[in-house]
Every structure is written in C-alpha cells, then in structure tokens.
Design a protein around this ligand. Structure first.
Ligand SMILES: NC(=O)c1ccc[n+]([C@@H]2O[C@H](COP(=O)([O-])OP(=O)(O)OC[C@H]3O[C@@H](n4cnc5c(N)ncnc54)[C@H](O)[C@@H]3O)[C@@H](O)[C@H]2O)c1
Ligand SMILES: [Zn+2]
Ligand SMILES: [Zn+2]
Length: 354
C-alpha cells in the first residue's frame, strides 16, 4: 500500500510500505476512505515532536471502512464504516474509566501518526478498535464526520467545556485556525452574549464570522484588550480560549479575562510561558490546560445528525490521497490559500493487498 512517511524534520514521502496487519486481538484494520492534515502534523515536520521517528506514517484523523477485526473486537464487522478518533482508548485504565482517554496509560492516548503508524495511508491498524472508533451515522457526509476526529472535539472539550462557557458570557477566542473556529462554533451551543475572535490573519477572521463570531479583532491593527473591555463594561471576558500556542497569545489571554473568569488553553506550547501571578494571584481566575479526550464525539455526532452543528465550512480543499504532498503545501500556506481543512480522499481503486 502507499502512505505518507515522515523521514525526519522537513522530509516526507508518499511511498510504498507494507500493509498493516492485526497485531493484538483488539485491533482493527481500516481502509482509509478520507483523511486530513492537522496543524500538529506540521509541528512534527518542523521537528517540534522528537518522539516521532524516521519511518512513521503520519495522520491521526480518518473515516474508513473496516477491513479486518481481531477476535476480541465486538462493535464492528468488516464492511462497517467508522470514524477513527485521533485519540486511542484502551478502555481499561484509570483514565479511560473516567473518559479521560487523552491521558490513557494502557497503551492509548495520542498514538496514531505519533507513536505508531497513522491514517495518511491506504490502510491503518487501529488498536483497541472498539473504544477508538465510532460508527458513521446514516445521512451525514464523510467530510463532515471527519471533522469530529480531532478539531471539533478539541475546540469543544479543551476550549468550551474546560472554559466553562455559560449562557450570556463574553467569550474571547485567541487564534481562529480550525481549532479556534471549532471553539467559536462550540461556544455558540451555550448561547453566549458575545464571541470575539482575535487573529492576525484577515482570512481567518472572515472564517471566524462565518463560524459564529460576533466581533473580530485583527491584533496587528487593533488592541484586543481595549475591544474586549469596551464590550464587557470594562470588566474583561468571562472566558478566554487560547488556540494558538505561543507565549504572546497565552499572555494576551491572561489579560483578557475578568476577575473570576476562565482561561482555557488549547494551544500546543513548545516554549516556556510567563504566568503573571503578580497580577493574577488576587483575580480568582481559573486556568485550564488539556489534551483532547474526544469523549464528546457521541454528543457531537448526534448534534451533527440532528443538524444542530454545521461543520461544512471546514473543508476548503479536496485532494486525492496520491497528491498528499501537494495537499501539505496548500495546508502549510493557509494564509495565502485560505485552507482550513483539506480532505484527502482515497483513490477509488486502492493498491492490491500485499
Ligand atoms: N490541546 C489539544 O488537544 C490540541 C489538539 C489539536 C490542536 N491543538 C493546538 O491548537 C492550536 C491551534 O490549532 P490550529 O490547527 O487551529 O492551528 P493554526 O495554525 O491553523 O491556527 C492558529 C491561528 O493563530 C493565529 N495566530 C498566530 N499568531 C497569533 C497572534 N500572535 N495573535 C493572534 N493570532 C495568532 C494564526 O493566524 C492562525 O489563524 C495549535 O497549537 C495546535 O497544535 C491542541
Ligand atoms: Zn490533530
Ligand atoms: Zn486507557
């Protein structure tokens, strides 16, 4: 089969590799019908995640068709269509028993396209398949379901739920990439008074308006603190969601929240950040961090089926999987291309078994 293989910082190739086989009786082999590229894949290619080694197949999001299952797999049969979550769950460890799959210590967590081979391939081996996949409901498109593998649960769980968004809140979202947009969309489910999106790129701010932001601020031209305070009787935001992952944006988010407010950090940080306790110590704020669990996928699938969640705006580009290298270029140049999520569809006739 063919797959996108990482060969160290800056180097990747769409190449022939052995087709995955069942290893454990809880595994499934899934034929990948659609997959996509995540900002985290770019972090890997930049060398920010040294645990990802030469030879690793990238990708941690997929919608596919079950090809083969281990003897202990009960929830699916060959031919079933499934969403493969970016997070694998052993289902048995302490964290999985509390639905905190991102922290799984039984062999799961974020492993696909990270610690084991991933989904940017014609086939993928999914460990703990019963707990790590979800049946694709009838009447929803693959492109839409694919958005629930990572970005939509991330914005919802790590941003909106951790940030404790309440009806009537003023919510400031720093960073309007796919994850920030997911947080904006997720916040809307709670009837906030105002959602304010902050980004340096006008194309992303245009997207933020489409995804439900009431006010957008380009912080290269406007002071976001002034705007947020001006719209909240001088208090600040009830909730700030950080969806970039830099020291500057985290520090900005700490200034945007009002006393007793919540700051939910989503961004993956590669550098230390200063926490200004000299001003925050008395402000009664709550700061949360998190790796997505994807425990909200059943809820989000049900909202999608019920037409209460419209994720159709994410898929800006479609490529054939064979053209994944071109797709990475388009994704990496999102400022120029306007890319949010790129759908990579399998060639209709995958290469024969070998
Ligand atoms: N915690 C988790 O479980 C989890 C899961 C997935 C992704 N992430 C992380 O979430 C973050 C966002 O992901 P994404 O895919 O949306 O990334 P992205 O790179 O597509 O979007 C980031 C946005 O931030 C904007 N930005 C950059 N610097 C800024 C600044 N100084 N001020 C305002 N805006 C600025 C960019 O213009 C861009 O629109 C990344 O750090 C990603 O690794 C975390
Ligand atoms: Zn991801
Ligand atoms: Zn576990």
């Amino acid at each position: 089969m063919r797959a996108l293989v990482y060969h160290g910082p800056g180097v990747k190739a769409w190449q022939e590799v052995p087709k995955p086989e069942l290893i454990d009786d809880t595994d499934a082999i899934v034929r990948v019908d659609t997959t996509t590229i995540c900002g985290s894949d770019l972090h890997i290619l930049e060398g920010d995640l040294p645990e990802v080694t030469d030879g690793r197949i990238l990708g941690h999001e997929a919608v596919g068709t079950v090809e083969e299952v281990g003897t202990s797999v009960k929830n699916m049969r060959p031919g079933d269509r499934v969403l493969v979550s970016c997070i694998t769950a052993c289902g048995r460890c302490r964290y999985c028993r509390e639905s905190r799959y991102g922290q799984c210590v039984g062999g799961g967590g974020w492993i696909l396209g990270h610690l084991i081979d991933g989904t940017q391939a014609e086939y993928v081996r999914v460990p703990f398949a019963d707990n790590s996949t979800y049946a694709v409901p009838a009447g929803v498109s693959d492109d839409d379901v694919l958005m629930l593998a990572d970005i939509v649960p991330t914005g919802f769980e790590v941003g909106v739920l951790n940030g404790h968004v309440q009806p009537g809140d003023v919510v400031a979202v720093v960073g309007a990439g796919p994850v920030g947009l997911s947080a904006i969309m997720g916040a809307r489910l709670f009837t906030p008074r105002l959602v304010i999106a902050i980004d340096l790129a006008d194309s992303r701010l245009d997207a933020a308006k489409r995804f439900g932001a009431d006010v957008v601020v380009n912080n290269s031209r406007q002071d976001p603190l002034e705007v947020v305070r001006g719209l909240s009787a001088g208090l600040g935001a009830d909730v700030a969601i950080e969806a970039v992952g830099t020291p500057d944006t985290f520090e900005l988010a700490t200034t945007l929240i009002r006393p007793c407010g919540h700051l939910a950090n989503i961004g993956v940080h590669g550098k230390p950040v200063t926490l200004h306790l000299e001003s925050l110590w008395s402000a009664d704020v709550t700061i949360t961090t998190g790796l997505v669990d994807t425990s909200s996928i059943p809820t989000l699938l049900s909202l999608l089926s019920g037409h209460q969640l419209d994720v159709s705006g994410f898929a800006t580009h479609h490529f054939e999987m064979n053209d994944v290298v071109g797709a990475y270029d388009t994704f990496a140049n999102a400022g120029d291309t306007g890319a949010l999520k790129i759908i990579l569809a399998a060639h209709s006739d995958p290469s024969p078994q070998e």
